[in-house]
Structure formats: structure tokens, C-alpha cells
Ligand binder design. Structure first.
Ligand SMILES: [Zn+2]
Length: 468
């Protein structure tokens, strides 16, 4: 097995190691515990490091016996789960017995790995960034107010790692430079001061990142970004570099049609193992910091939904506009599934921007979605035909008299409102509900809670409506 092919072999053979019990990016602490319990104890040493604010256990998993210590931690931001999924794939890979054995031997004999999957289990349970009392753990490296940050710092003191892997998810709106490519994965060699100087510790981080991006660019050319390198004196990564640990930041971003981030999970698997291999074999030393510096910085030229070339009429005037829409992901804690709340983010000329979903209006007319005149019963299921009739009138919101307090969103593809004088607005910050008409004044498409349904082609998916 030649080293230069390792990343390709990892990529191609990933399915053999994918932890099949993790099907969704919502990983419960119970699932995490059960998977940790199953790890073979002849290879892995599991330690309970401490407990979160709400008394959930935080674990470290040690493997290998090499001289180089590496600390890898995921999900310090509770809603950033991609790397946690990948770490369990990596545990499966490390405990397998197959043609990668030589690779594993190299890792185990040169490196001692300390993994902390899901540093913020309380945030994970609520799918929120912060811990149970609202502290952002990545702003707590110095004051160590939270038990979770204390646990990480303590492990750091005990292991004095040479390298660190700080594993996060970034907003899916990032693009690679000014291109319209989503930054599916971004890297950073964090600075250790405001001047962003480069010392040998940071230089090594840059070299490891170069070895990883060099490998990944084979699979996702043009989709790798560099994360913003502003110095954050309260963050762990920045301080680790200051304290002498070459700390790699990995940020998983967005990818077309992959809300569950399974492709990014696979990329993390390849990236982390490739990085570990480059450290174990010291092959990162062949990479220059120039390679790192040449990675385009993250920019933000992406929307979840981009409506282009529409005409908006107001006060007897016509305006040609594009509309950029964000779909904010929310967790429904009763079913542990996600729903979406749309928001108009930008209106005007959005030339140069891209969207995961794009609709080219080609001079069609856009108007705020209408509210129904009649009242509907909220819990009455509408048939497809009823919905089509409603959409055909440009209606996106149904009036209703009462909605129980237990409802936060609508499972059917329509919005409801209890306000008798409700009207949608084309305005930044408002939900995206529109009727789109053709030159004959017939409804061509509707946008319901940011999702487009084309009545000509009868296609489009409205995942859920909202209650306004
Ligand atoms: Zn994060």
C-alpha cells in the first residue's frame, strides 16, 4: 500500500467502516454511550473525564502508544455533529483487521490519540451551540467557568498534546472565496496573537492542513476553504497554539442535497485519518505553508434558496429583483426531527450569488403570498387537490381560529395564521411566502416558507409550513 494512495483508499473503502447505527446527524447521548461501551477494550481505553452541567458523562477514548500525543475533540458546539459521526467511523476503522493493518501499525506505534467525542452533551441534546447555561465553550478556554471546558483543559494538561484536532461545523452559506462553490470543508491554523504571526507551532499546523487539503482536493476540487483567521483570545484552538500545540481546526460546511451531512462525515473520516497519517509518517514536513496560504478564504455568497430575475410591482412601478432566502433549521424535540423557518435575507441584485436551490423567474412577477379569506381548521388534513387549489390562488397562509400552544410548526406544506388581518411582506427578516405570476396574471409557482412549488410542472417540495 503506497502512502500517496492512502487517502484514495480511505475514500473508496469508507463504507466498510461507517457506523451504521448513526443514521442521522442527531446523535443522542444515549447512543453515544452505547457505542463507547461497545469499543473493544483490548485497543481503546475509555475514561469518564467528568460531567456536564446536566450531569451527562464526557468521555475520553485513548488509543495507540506512540510518542506523539494528539488530542481530538468534537461537538464542543452542541449542534455541530458531523465530526462526532466521523469519529465513530474512525473507531471502527482503527479496530478493524484488514489490508489497512500496516497503516494502523504506523498510527499506533507513532501516535497516542485522545478522542473526546461530544464535549458538549447538553447542547447536543437540545441541538444548540452553547452548553446548558448558555456558555459558548469555545469562549471559555481561559476563565474555565463551565465544567465541560474544565474537562477539556484538564485533559490537555495531562496529555500535553503535540497536535490537536478541533472539530466543528460552519454555516452552510460559506463559499470558497468569491466562487459559487460551497465550502464543504474549511480549515484553519489558528493564530496565537492579534498580529497573526507564524511561529513553528503554527507552521506545523499549516503543513498538516496542506497535507490534508492536498488529499481532499482530489474529491472536492474547488470546495475547500480557509476559515476566518481573526485571533480569538478566549478560544481553545488559539490558546492551544499559544501553549505549544499545533491545533488544526476543521469546519464542516454545506453540500447540495445533504442536510444530514453524510458526505461531510465521510470527508471528515478521510481528512482526520490522512492528517494522522501525515503526522505519524512526518510526511507533512514535505508540505509548504504556501500551500496553506493559497487556500481561498471563506466568503459568503450562498443562500439556501435563491429566486432570480423576478419583477416586483409597487406604486405603479416595476423593479427587477433577486431574493435570497435562509431556511433556519429548528429541532422539534417531541420527534427529534428538524423543521424549517424561512427568512428573507437579501433583496435586490444578487448577481454572483448562488443557492442550494435556485429558481430563475425569467421576468415572472412576484407578490407577497396571500392569506385565505375563509377560516380553516388547523388540524384538518388537506388533500393534494385542496392544496393545489389554494396554491393556484397565490395563497400561502390559511386563516384559522385556534392553534394549540403545543404546535410550533405545520407538518403540511402550508402556513397558518390566527391573525385575521395577516398579510405577508416582501421585507428583509420576514418569512418568505410568495405567489409568482406569469404575464397572463396566472399563478406560476408559489413559495411557501421558503420552499418553491412549481404549479406548471407540479413539482417542488415544501417540507413544512409555519404558524405566523
Ligand atoms: Zn463550532
Amino acid at each position: 500500500m503506497k502512502d500517496k494512495n492512502i487517502h484514495r483508499l480511505l475514500f473508496e473503502n469508507y463504507a466498510n467502516y461507517k457506523e451504521t447505527s448513526i443514521k442521522s446527524k442527531m446523535i443522542s447521548h444515549n447512543l453515544l454511550k452505547s457505542l463507547i461501551e461497545k469499543l473493544p477494550d483490548n485497543l481503546f481505553t475509555v475514561t469518564e473525564l467528568g460531567k456536564s452541567v446536566e450531569q451527562r458523562s464526557i468521555f475520553s477514548i485513548k488509543v495507540g502508544s506512540g510518542k506523539i500525543n494528539i488530542l481530538l475533540w468534537s461537538q464542543m458546539h452542541g449542534n455541530e455533529t458531523t465530526a462526532t459521526m466521523a469519529l465513530f467511523d474512525i473507531f471502527n476503522f482503527l479496530s478493524a483487521d484488514d489490508s489497512f493493518n500496516e497503516f494502523r501499525k504506523q498510527i499506533f506505534s507513532n501516535l497516542t490519540l485522545y478522542f473526546v467525542p461530544m464535549l458538549n452533551p447538553d447542547g447536543a441534546e437540545k441541538h444548540q451551540r452553547e452548553n446548558a447555561i448558555g456558555i459558548d465553550l469555545n469562549r471559555d478556554a481561559i476563565s474555565l467557568t463551565s465544567p465541560e471546558a474544565k474537562v477539556l483543559k484538564q485533559l490537555y494538561e495531562e496529555t500535553q498534546p503535540d497536535f490537536g484536532f478541533n472539530l466543528h461545523d460552519q454555516a452552510n452559506k460559506h463559499t470558497v472565496g468569491k466562487s459559487s462553490n460551497s465550502a464543504v470543508i474549511s480549515f484553519l491554523a489558528p493564530p496565537f496573537n492579534y498580529e497573526r504571526e507564524i511561529n513553528p507551532v503554527r507552521e506545523k499546523t499549516m503543513q498538516v492542513i496542506s497535507s490534508i487539503t492536498n488529499a481532499l482536493s482530489e474529491f472536492i476540487p474547488g470546495h475547500i476553504g480557509k476559515y476566518n483567521d481573526g485571533y480569538e483570545p478566549r478560544a481553545f484552538g488559539d490558546n492551544f497554539v499559544k501553549w505549544g500545540t499545533s491545533s488544526v481546526l476543521i469546519e464542516s460546511g454545506g453540500w447540495q442535497d445533504d442536510a444530514e451531512k453524510q458526505f461531510q462525515r465521510k470527508l471528515n473520516f478521510v481528512a482526520i485519518l490522512t492528517g494522522l497519517d501525515s503526522i505519524a509518517t512526518k510526511s507533512y514536513e514535505m508540505h509548504s505553508i504556501k500551500e496553506y496560504q493559497n487556500i481561498p478564504e471563506n466568503e459568503k455568497f450562498f443562500f439556501d434558496v435563491l429566486l432570480k430575475n423576478l419583477i416586483y410591482k409597487k406604486n405603479d412601478m416595476s423593479f427587477k429583483i433577486d431574493i435570497g432566502i435562509t431556511l433556519n433549521e429548528k429541532l422539534d424535540i417531541t420527534t427529534n426531527t428538524f423543521y424549517y423557518v424561512s427568512e428573507i435575507e437579501e433583496i435586490g441584485d444578487l448577481t454572483g450569488y448562488a443557492g442550494y436551490l435556485e429558481f430563475d423567474g425569467n421576468e415572472l412577477f412576484v407578490e407577497p403570498g396571500k392569506a385565505s379569506k375563509n377560516s380553516y381548521l388547523f388540524d384538518n388534513l388537506l388533500t393534494d387537490n385542496q392544496l393545489l387549489n389554494i396554491y393556484n390562488k397565490g395563497i400561502t397562509n390559511l386563516k384559522t381560529d385556534f392553534i394549540g400552544p403545543e404546535f410550533h410548526y405545520v407538518k403540511q406544506p402550508i402556513n397558518y395564521t390566527t391573525n385575521p388581518s395577516f398579510a405577508n411582506e416582501l421585507k428583509i427578516g420576514k418569512p418568505a411566502n410568495f405567489g409568482i405570476r406569469n404575464a397572463e396574471n396566472k399563478i406560476h409557482s408559489v413559495v411557501v416558507n421558503g420552499f418553491v412549488f412549481n404549479l406548471q410542472k407540479r413539482n417542488g417540495i415544501v417540507k413544512n409550513g409555519i404558524i405566523i
